[in-house]
Design a protein. Structure first.
Length: 317
């Protein structure tokens, strides 16, 4: 029955005028004008298939720019949603998990499948159910293939390389809980087991070790050198405040600089030395006064005739 249904076509809602799509997943370009004004002939639009088995189609959008889109989404937008994007939160589905089959038929999932349809929308749960149905049962689960980082001791396997197996993870939680109850800092516990963050170690301690303390309390335990550094800084700040309060009184005493240090004048008197003259004074004392040497132009006496007032100028006439 589905093979006898006439193929229906619709204009692609977000394409340049002249591009159409059918509910069987076919594409066609009618006679049209290009964005530059040229007349183009009608022809089917070729599609390509990706390595993971999905069909891609290329056409011009409303602005005349070439776009590449998945064929099944174009079919769903034009037929299932009447020329609108797929609503947020919904996913496109291939009922038989064949990405090369992009047929849509109206109705529920059962009605669409009965008429040969393969496209619909749903959520992640629907996608998982499709995979289980098409595989004939539960999805195959690959066994762990990588050695645990403690393989020599436990002999366990993991799904990802460089990780701990399930028994070792549980043991880390119990050991971390014992260390936290013993007063160890949470950061030190994480570093002990090779973790950069502390959230995962704290979660394991709660889950497998029964640790009931808060994360703030675990952080506050035995902060070690940071507490000593903070105490030293506070002590030095208090010492600096005391010195600053004593400075005005000491500065008023003759021969005493702030903070109890001897002033330069006092040190000079005790050593018996004298101050050197000022640099400007020393330079002035060593410089002798030079006689002025006139320039040659000053030595030449220019005898210019004095110009009489009046004269034969046109203004004086």
């Amino acid at each position: 029955m589905s093979d006898q249904e006439a193929e229906q076509w619709k204009p692609i809602w977000d394409a340049w005028p002249g591009f159409r799509v059918s509910w069987d997943g076919n594409f066609y370009a009618d006679e049209r004008k290009s964005p530059s004004g040229r007349n183009l002939k009608a022809q089917p639009i070729a599609t390509t298939t990706t390595g993971d088995g999905y069909v891609l189609v290329k056409y011009l959008d409303r602005d005349g720019k070439r776009v590449t889109r998945q064929a099944h989404r174009v079919v769903l937008e034009n037929f299932a949603f009447n020329g609108a994007p797929i609503p947020e939160g919904l996913q496109s589905r291939h009922y038989d998990d064949r990405g090369t089959s992009n047929k849509w038929r109206p109705g529920t999932e059962e009605e669409s499948r009965a008429r040969g349809g393969n496209l619909g929308v749903g959520n992640g749960t629907d996608q998982h159910r499709d995979k289980i149905r098409n595989n004939g049962g539960p999805l195959p689960v690959s066994p762990p293939a990588h050695d645990c980082i403690n393989h020599e001791r436990c002999g366990g396997k993991t799904r990802n390389p460089g990780k701990r197996c399930v028994p070792c993870v549980a043991q880390v939680g119990r050991d971390a809980a014992d260390m936290l109850r013993g007063g160890e800092n949470l950061q030190k516990v994480a570093e002990r087991f090779g973790y950069k963050g502390t959230d995962w170690v704290f979660t394991l301690a709660q889950k497998h070790g029964g640790y009931t303390g808060s994360k703030e309390a675990a952080w506050a335990q035995r902060r070690g050198w940071s507490q000593r550094v903070a105490a030293t800084v506070r002590k030095r700040l208090r010492r600096g405040d005391a010195r600053s309060r004593q400075a005005p009184a000491q500065a008023g005493r003759a021969g005493t600089a702030p903070f109890g240090r001897a002033s330069p004048d006092r040190k000079l008197e005790q050593s018996g030395a004298t101050w050197t003259p000022d640099v400007a004074e020393r330079n002035n004392a060593n410089v002798t006064k030079r006689n002025h040497v006139p320039y040659p132009a000053d030595l030449i006496q220019r005898d210019r005739p004095s110009r009489a007032r009046g004269g034969s100028s046109r203004r004086s006439r």
